[in-house]
Design a protein around this ligand. Structure first.
Ligand code: SAM
Length: 295
């Protein structure tokens, strides 16, 4: 086989873009990685072996896909931009274990496609340099898809990675931290400077490593109500829990009595702010509210 330079080497990326006359679409969050060492580090962080099947979102011209293909059993990559499909056919022709699906990942029936593409039942990891404009929807889509994703190793804007991995009591902690940490353990793996992308974005990125918990972090009687509560608690960050709860659930006397009793059962001071509550405290409050509703 002829010795090709890696896709992510800046001079090769340039050649590929020129050969196909490709122009970036900002609206699709197209910022391509041009630093092979970062790609190696991503694959290492994801601990990908021949015993791993990988799903990639947005392969672009295949820079990360190539590294994944060299290490994983199979790679399934979703790309929305039709102009990139012939590019990927060209750049990834030496990797028979890659399947590119031309589709908006948010429209994909993930359990069905994965069972069609992956030949063996191996642990599935999602590894991606996510399009920034839909980072959160994509994460939530995977978490709620019913697909048994073991880990997600995903690149996103540093600020979003900070919010997702935030601990209670910090500024970055909010309903997004809770929504993700409920299912997954979240760890910020490393920072990626904005200088390694073309075109260069305005902010630095970070790689987040999310590992699925055996069971959700906390148990509760009603998941939907739990997430409604976490959203309500962070509605206005400067306000107390008491204010935010009344704003969301109602200010009439019966509702206030129910909220007050629930807070008391959960041993949570109404004057606290939402950001100081741990996942366990939110669960206790949600359970108390549910019990109070029925009683
Ligand atoms: N993986 C490449 C890299 O690291 O160089 C490209 C990453 S770029 C940040 C995001 C990619 O996601 C682009 O190729 C873009 O076209 C694609 N994309 C954007 N929205 C998408 C969607 N809804 N479904 C699938 N791919 C999408």
């Amino acid at each position: 086989m002829n010795e090709k330079r890696e896709i992510a080497v800046p001079s090769r990326t340039k050649e590929i873009l020129a050969k196909h006359g490709f122009t970036f679409k900002k609206s699709l969050g197209q910022n391509f990685l041009t630093e092979p060492n970062i790609l190696r580090k991503i694959v290492e962080t994801a601990e990908i072996t021949e015993q791993t099947n990988v799903i990639e979102v947005g392969p672009g011209i295949g820079a990360l896909t190539e590294h994944l293909a060299k290490n994983a059993r199979q790679v399934l990559a979703f790309e929305i931009d039709d102009r990139l499909i012939p590019v990927l056919e060209d750049t990834l022709q030496d990797y028979p274990n890659v399947s590119v699906v031309h589709q908006d990942v948010l429209q994909a029936n993930l359990p069905q496609i994965t069972s069609e593409i992956f030949e063996e039942e191996l642990p599935i990891k999602v590894v991606a340099n996510l399009p920034y404009y839909i980072t959160t929807p994509i994460m939530m889509y995977f978490l709620s898809s019913g697909l048994p994703v073991a880990e997600m190793i995903v690149m996103m804007q540093r600020e979003v990675a900070d919010r997702i991995s935030a601990k209670p009591g910090t500024k970055a902690y909010g309903s997004l931290s809770i929504a993700v940490q409920y299912h997954m353990e979240a760890k910020l793996a490393f920072i990626v400077p904005k200088t390694v992308f073309v075109p260069q974005p305005n902010v630095d990125s970070a790689i987040l490593k999310l590992t699925r918990r055996q069971t959700p972090a906390v148990s509760m009687s009603n998941e939907k109500e739990f997430f409604k509560l976490t959203k309500a608690a962070f509605q206005l960050r400067r306000k107390t829990l008491w204010n935010n709860l009344q704003n969301s659930y109602g200010k009439d006397e019966a509702t206030k009595a129910w909220l007050r009793a629930s807070l008391e059962t959960a041993a949570i001071e109404p004057s606290r702010r939402g950001e100081t509550l741990s996942l366990e405290e939110f669960a206790a409050l949600s359970n108390a509210m549910e019990a109070g509703k029925q009683g």
